[in-house]
Ligand binder design. Structure first.
Ligand SMILES: NC(=O)c1ccc[n+]([C@@H]2O[C@H](COP(=O)([O-])OP(=O)(O)OC[C@H]3O[C@@H](n4cnc5c(N)ncnc54)[C@H](OP(=O)(O)O)[C@@H]3O)[C@@H](O)[C@H]2O)c1
Length: 262
């Protein structure tokens, strides 16, 4: 019997962190609603979650950057079920100069990383507040949120938005049944780097965290109702150090790390 299990909705559940959120939640006894564009990927994941963990799994595929799809998602995800957790994880980055990249890429990024995340937080936040039972919203930001990042300018700025929005929203709802947690990963081994068109040096590649460990820390933080986590000790040290550097210096150091090879 799985009917008394809590339900979580995970966006970006066809790859990377989203797959690990779904797996670890199912391992912990949750049912999951999965959403992303690539349905086949989520179907394969659903089979393994049902077989290994006896989880109930619902797939709602579509482009989260589109308002019409978000309307459909909210309607289908909440029809006949109460969500206990929403993981606002879908997002992508792009390496490259602001003026040297097709504007459509920036526009799609703003639509997904900011508009979709905010809309989902609003509408499913309303849903979770209305049912009144303990509930959790997780928003995925990045260590890119801690300073401007040349050659990743728009992406890092979207993640600063996610961090500021999430921390403020978390304080607004503190003490209520709903908690908000902002997760700030550093480089993590997923499809993110390929999508962002990045080539990694051996050193950077060796420093990537595993997606499993990022998600484990994220879930522990969210279930403890804490507001923010920077995942991994190296990222904790780096983001702590940015407090002591002037912003121009932090941005210059970020540029050295993120400049595409010429
Ligand atoms: N990996 C890192 O180094 C890193 C570091 C810091 C923060 N993050 C953040 O972590 C989150 C997850 O990224 P990841 O590393 O797991 O990357 P990933 O492996 O590329 O996964 C991204 C997910 O987002 C979904 N997605 C992308 N565009 C979408 C759209 N228009 N509509 C619906 N879903 C969409 C993708 O699914 P479909 O393509 O099937 O739609 C995929 O499931 C992102 O918010 C990212 O910014 C990642």
């Amino acid at each position: 019997m799985t009917s008394d299990r809590p339900w979580a909705l995970v966006t970006g559940a066809s790859s990377g962190l989203g797959v690990d959120f779904a797996r670890q939640l199912a391992e912990r006894g949750w049912n999951v609603v999965l959403t992303a564009r690539r349905r086949e990927r989520m179907q394969a994941l659903a089979v393994s979650l049902r077989d290994k963990h006896r989880a109930e799994v619902v797939i709602i595929d579509g482009d989260l950057g589109q308002q019409a799809f978000r309307d459909q998602l909210v309607e289908q995800a909440t029809s006949g079920r109460q969500l206990t957790m929403v993981v606002n994880n879908a997002g992508f980055g792009q390496q490259g100069g602001f003026l040297d990249t097709d504007y459509q890429r920036w526009s799609d990024m703003l639509a997904l990383n900011i508009a979709a995340l905010t809309d989902v937080a609003y509408r499913l936040g309303q849903h979770m507040r209305a049912h009144g039972k303990p509930a959790y919203l997780i928003n995925i930001s990045s260590i890119g949120a801690f300073q401007p990042v040349p050659h990743f300018a728009v992406y890092a700025a979207t993640k600063s938005y996610v961090r500021d929005f999430s921390e403020a929203f978390a304080i607004e709802v503190a003490g209520s049944s709903l908690s908000v947690t902002c997760v700030c990963p550093g480089g993590t081994r997923t499809e993110f780097m390929d999508t962002a068109g990045m080539t990694l040096t051996k050193l950077t590649d060796a420093s990537l965290q595993s997606s499993e460990s990022v998600v484990r820390e994220a879930l522990e933080t969210a279930l403890a109702r804490r507001r923010v986590v920077v995942t991994g000790w190296m990222n904790k040290v780096m983001t702590f150090m940015t407090r002591f550097a002037p912003r121009w210096l932090a941005a210059k150091l970020a540029e050295l790390a993120m400049r595409p090879p010429s």
